[in-house]
Ligand binder design. Sequence first.
Ligand SMILES: Nc1ncnc2c1ncn2[C@@H]1O[C@H](COP(=O)(O)OP(=O)(O)OP(=O)(O)O)[C@@H](O)[C@H]1O
Length: 395
Amino acid sequence: MIEAVGLTKRYGAKTAVYNLSFQVRPGTVTGFLGPNGSGKSTTMRMILGLDRPTSGHVTIGGHPFRQLPNAPRQVGALLDAKAVHGGRTARNHLLSLAQLAGIPARRVDEVLGVVGLQDVARKRSNGFSLGMGQRLGIAAALLGDPQVLLFDEPVNGLDPEGILWVRNLMKALAAEGRTVFVSSHLMSEMALTAEHLIVIGRGQLLADMSVKDFISANSADFARVRTPQTDPAQRDKLMGVLAEAGGQVLSEPDGALRVTGLPLPRISDLAHEADVRVWELSPHQASLEEAYMRLTQGAVDYRSTTDQRAGLMQQPDPMGYAPPQQVAVPDVPQQGWYAPPPPGQNPYAAGQQHPAPPAQQPAPPAGPPAPVQAPAAPPAPAAAPADLSKSEDAR
Ligand SMILES: Nc1ncnc2c1ncn2[C@@H]1O[C@H](COP(=O)(O)OP(=O)(O)OP(=O)(O)O)[C@@H](O)[C@H]1O
């Protein structure tokens, strides 16, 4: 088990990690999520004794990493796949690691096979692709057959077959009772791989709970209902009926209704009783990505802006190639596309304060709010968490 208690790391005036406490238990894959620059790699480096905490501590099996006897046999890690001597062959790189840790040479050939690099084992790693480098890094992590494994972005650069392989590998390692701690920005992949999540934002703990609880605490399933566009009165009638029955109704950009708080069969019955024709009635299950976006949108440091191209856009040459004309399809607004929060829990609604981070336990669902019958309003930007960039004791 990995246990962090009050872990804090400052780099000069920058606080990268602040007062983080969590446990990573054996037997499950624990995902480690957070926006760019939120402190995931710094936390992993502290777990591995590569960075010294400014305060707090972190242990593996009850000991700080540096005090573990024969650490490479107990803990394996992929932090930076590029951190290899490029002039060495893959096999020699692993052989040197194995010799340092007293691991027999035949284990090197075993792990090369496990990661699928046996055919390029005698090639220099500076000629490796991004994905091949990742595989070599995973081989190094597996070398000592350790009980505790840390992977920082292991699927970075892997092809679909490689991503599936990593997913199955992580699950198999956890099923053998090992502790598996893995960071990733690929939410769809995390949803398929991890059972438990630790989410941080600006160095602080935002959530520590199962994937299932995380999704239900941060978003809600809803139904999409569409009536014939040619008859707006039918839509208005249905909106009234659904709201009267206790549903929360929002309008989607394409005119469909987004309904929370009523099960699909009830919506169908209500439409039938009101004599409203329905062209679509479909369930929408909230995804991990939607729940993650909702929780972390106030803790994102780096946001993109639209490329204005400084007026450099060229007119198409009438004599040359012109791209095929496409019918303009309006974009779904980026904010607000995701599933709504659970009833009564919209921490980002205008005028509300940013809530205390829902760490440890998902908040119990509150009572349903007053039904909304207006087009889906994009959530107002959340108040940013406390500014951690002001150091208390700049080093
Ligand atoms: N050695 C260092 N010196 C100064 N600042 C650092 C150092 N290492 C990390 N930081 C800063 O600490 C913060 C956290 O960085 P970290 O790499 O841990 O984030 P991350 O969550 O792993 O990001 P990403 O998802 O982009 O990999 C960032 O603001 C980063 O600039």
